[in-house]
Design a protein around this ligand. Structure first.
Ligand code: NAX
Length: 331
């Protein structure tokens, strides 16, 4: 019988938290035979909503949920956790300067870093969802040097799944019959959704998407902007940012990281660059990765054309600027 795994969700009273917690309780993240103890963290102003989520989680009576810890104290929330999903952050509000938002998040992620490094279980895997996701993860890495950098990541799986969705709609095939798209770079509008290595199951084997898509131009134009702008499109329609799909993607991210990617399939994760594909080492950058035995590795040897290279560099440049902005908030 498996021991329960402690899973932290920060920002648990928010909208992604609300969609994410039941997925964890159902076993969609760590598997249907893995019991969990769910740690819910939020801040004092959200304490009533936090209480409500906690009550609903109790009422859902998930057989896999062996315990719930609900708190506004980061130290208590981080205690013994093996998985930490950091959804809590400070959103950009109308009229706010980029620097103000960055400065708020830098101080939140400095605080989370120190709580995690002191109280999380050894080998804890961290996923940062809150925006600016890559840079928040970078701050966390910087202020929790005892957490191995391979254990710190940020979410670009939503963008990855959006890209799969767009291609499957275009080709009128099931989304499960499309694989190996790539999201390069920042989880922002400079991200580069790349379908050059994607394949589709035609029924007679897997073929490059580039050979099957009727209009070759689409993959280099509309496909890219649609994926980049999808979040904004949902915000406009829903008057709220994406939550269901973000929660589901966070679940996919941890699932594949812990349990492995299927043979021949890669996914996108924001991870610490080792210099692969000319991306400056140390940046948290989204790469194609495969996962095995709880560890990711960047897919090597993909051919990158000039068009792709320029887009990958532009996103790296934006991340360097974000890092400089974050650094200026520390002084
Ligand atoms: P909400 O505003 O609904 O929820 C955020 C929650 O975080 C709130 O309950 C708030 O009280 C809490 N919080 C704030 N500071 C905290 C702290 N110091 N410690 C713990 N909790 C804290 O936002 P929601 O729609 O759930 O989105 C959460 C974050 O995900 C945002 O930063 C958002 O921009 C980001 N997203 C990232 C995505 C990705 O793919 N990486 C996609 C979806 C989403 O936009």
């Amino acid at each position: 019988k498996k021991e329960p795994v402690k899973v932290l969700v920060s920002g648990a009273a928010g909208q992604i938290g609300y969609a994410l917690v039941p997925l964890i309780g159902r076993g969609a993240m760590l598997g249907p035979d893995q019991p969990v103890i769910i740690h819910l963290l939020d801040i004092e102003p959200a304490v009533l909503s936090l209480k409500a989520v906690t009550m609903e989680l109790t009422d859902a009576a998930f057989p896999l949920v062996k315990g719930i810890v609900s708190t506004t104290k980061a130290a208590e929330a981080c205690k013994g956790v093996k998985i930490a999903i950091m959804v809590g952050g400070f959103p950009r509000k109308e009229g706010m300067e980029r620097k103000d938002v960055m400065s708020r998040n830098v101080s939140i992620y400095k605080g989370h870093a120190s709580a995690l490094k002191r109280f999380a279980a050894p080998g804890c895997k961290v996923l940062v969802v809150a925006n600016p996701a890559n840079t928040n993860a970078l701050i966390l890495k910087q202020f929790a040097p005892s957490i191995p950098e391979k254990n710190i990541s940020c979410l670009t799986r939503l963008d990855h799944n959006r890209a799969l969705g767009q291609i499957s709609e275009r080709l009128k095939v099931h989304v499960g019959d499309v694989k190996n798209v790539i999201i390069w770079g920042n989880h922002s509008s400079t991200q580069y959704p790349d379908a050059n290595h994607a394949t589709v199951n035609t029924g007679k084997g897997w073929k490059p998407v580039r050979e099957v898509v009727p209009d070759d131009q689409w993959l280099s134009t509309e496909f890219i902007t649609t994926v980049q702008q999808r979040g904004a499109e949902i915000l406009k329609a829903r008057k709220l940012s994406s939550a269901l799909s973000a929660a589901s993607a966070a679940c996919d991210h941890i699932h594949d990281w812990v349990l492995g990617t299927p043979k021949g399939t890669w996914v996108s994760m924001g991870v610490c660059s080792d210099g692969s594909y000319g991306i400056p080492p140390g940046l948290i950058y989204s790469f194609p990765v495969t996962c095995k035995k709880g560890e990711w590795s960047i897919v090597q040897g993909l051919e990158i054309d000039a068009f792709s290279k320029a887009k990958m560099e532009a996103s790296a440049k934006e991340l360097i600027e974000e890092r400089e902005l974050a650094d200026s908030c520390l002084n």
